[in-house]
Design a protein around this ligand. Structure first.
Ligand SMILES: Nc1nc2c(c(=O)[nH]1)N[C@H]1C(S)=C(S)[C@@H](COP(=O)(O)O)O[C@H]1N2
Ligand SMILES: [Mo]
Length: 423
């Protein structure tokens, strides 16, 4: 008789909730949810233009893992708002499901002997990658959205490599376990969900999760599942608002930057980094000193804000959609088209551009944009928002604003734009 006090003994785990049904339901939810997160995550990475010279992204040697990278389209305007809103909202919502799933299979972590065969050893190693990878991806993701990029430069490579390691283990796990999970759910529908619980005599996979010596139930399996679902629902309704418009935005209690619109007036929409935080000195951005330096095929042009105001001005209604998952409703931006600026330095056909801020420190003070983004008639170097001069926090005297792109590419306090092929 194994010692019941050791976690390697089945008798140590006494919750009557554990069993194939509970684990299978959670597993099927994660199968769909995590697949969608992987796809929206890869898509978000592509949207960041990581294959334009090492500016936006410094992931060394993405190599094969970047095989799928494609040119992110510049429309519809809400594209990144949607994909990244889904990625972040779904990630937050799945946290209780993930934790419950791990809890439901924790006896297996301690099971002895560590490996019964080579195949079993391989399976356990893949489980370590799966569990470790899941915890790593959810932790880095949640830290990134809640704590305001505690690892600014390194988040992308960490989360990106982690995603591939995790997803490889996830696919292996799903291929191995989905048939049993589906059988377990069918069995339950056929009315024998508790059969295994009573005698532990089932022959189906997962029955060993059923405690041989269950404690008195304090909640039924359905009740436990209801708690997990309720937790997820609560997270969903307190997070989703950060990417919605109107009164629904007020429901974003969990959004780190607050669900409310900061301040009021034309600049009264969400700010990521304020001018003070970014160390922008108002003396540098004033009319006497600030110049926009454009460089391209035909050389260099320096423009004051007054010069820019003499160029044809255009308006675009565009949102800001941050990689953190929050987004603003469409704002009315007014300024000079990026493609008109490109033409001023000899690029009549759209070409890539490197945009640099006057900001001296911080991860997001420069960004590389693609030719299709430069060429889009909605892409502006904005001078005004909602009918007034840009506010200091939204990038005065000039900022980039583009359709469909991640917020991080919309550089504020722009000082320099260098046009040319960046690949
Ligand atoms: N110079 C500079 N531009 C920047 C940033 C920054 O930190 N510095 N943050 C970027 C990010 S991550 C986002 S989401 C948007 C936010 O724009 P907003 O503060 O006007 O809402 O600005 C982008 N432009
Ligand atoms: Mo952002």
């Amino acid at each position: 008789m194994p010692d019941q006090r050791l976690p390697s003994s089945p008798g140590f785990w006494r919750s009557p909730v554990r069993g194939p049904w509970f684990t299978s339901v959670l597993g099927v939810v994660l199968l769909g949810g995590i697949t969608l997160m992987f796809v929206t995550g890869l898509v978000s990475y592509a949207a960041y233009n990581p294959d334009l010279s090492p500016v936006n992204d410094t992931t060394p040697d993405k190599g094969l893992l970047g095989f799928y990278l494609f040119s992110w389209p510049s429309g519809p305007v809400w594209l990144y708002r949607l994909t990244q809103g889904v990625h972040v909202t779904l990630g937050v919502t799945l946290v209780p499901v993930l934790l419950a799933k791990l809890w439901s299979v924790v006896p297996r972590l301690f099971a002895l002997p560590p490996a019964r065969s080579v195949a079993h050893a391989l399976e356990r190693v893949s489980l370590l990658l799966l569990v470790g990878g899941a915890l790593f991806e959810f932790t880095t993701g949640v830290l990134n959205i809640q704590l305001d990029y505690i690892f600014p430069g390194s988040f992308y490579p960490l989360h990106f490599y982690g995603a591939w390691v995790f997803f490889a283990a996830f696919v292996a796990h799903a291929v191995l376990k989905t048939p049993a999970a589906v059988r377990n759910l069918r069995r339950m529908r056929a009315g024998e969900p508790e059969a295994a619980a009573e005698g532990g005599m089932g022959v189906e996979e997962g029955d060993e999760l059923v405690s041989p010596d269950p404690a008195e139930p304090t909640v039924s399996r359905r009740g436990a599942l209801g708690l997990v679902g309720g937790g997820s629902a609560l997270l969903l309704v307190t997070t989703a608002g950060q990417s919605l418009d109107g009164p629904l935005r007020e429901t974003a209690l969990l959004a780190p930057h607050g669900g409310g619109e900061p301040g009021s007036g034309p600049g009264g929409f969400q700010v990521n980094k304020t001018a003070a935080y970014a160390g922008i000195d108002p003396r540098e951005t004033g009319g006497e000193v600030w110049r926009l330096v454009l460089t391209g095929r035909t050389g260099q042009v320096r423009l004051s804000r007054a010069d820019l105001l003499q160029l044809p001005l255009h308006s675009s209604a565009l949102p800001i959609a941050c990689v953190e998952g929050w987004s603003t409703s469409n704002q009315w931006w007014r300024g000079v088209r990026l493609r008109d600026l490109a033409a001023l330095v000899g690029h009549d056909d759209p070409v890539d551009v490197l945009v640099e801020s006057v900001q001296r420190h911080g991860a997001f003070r420069r960004a590389a944009l693609r030719a299709n983004q430069v060429g889009d008639p909605l892409s502006l170097l904005a001078l005004f928002v909602n009918g007034e001069d840009l506010t200091p926090d939204h990038g005065y005297p000039a900022r980039v604003i583009m359709p469909a792109a991640p917020g991080v590419l919309n550089t504020k306090w722009v000082g320099r734009m260098t046009f040319g092929d960046l690949r």
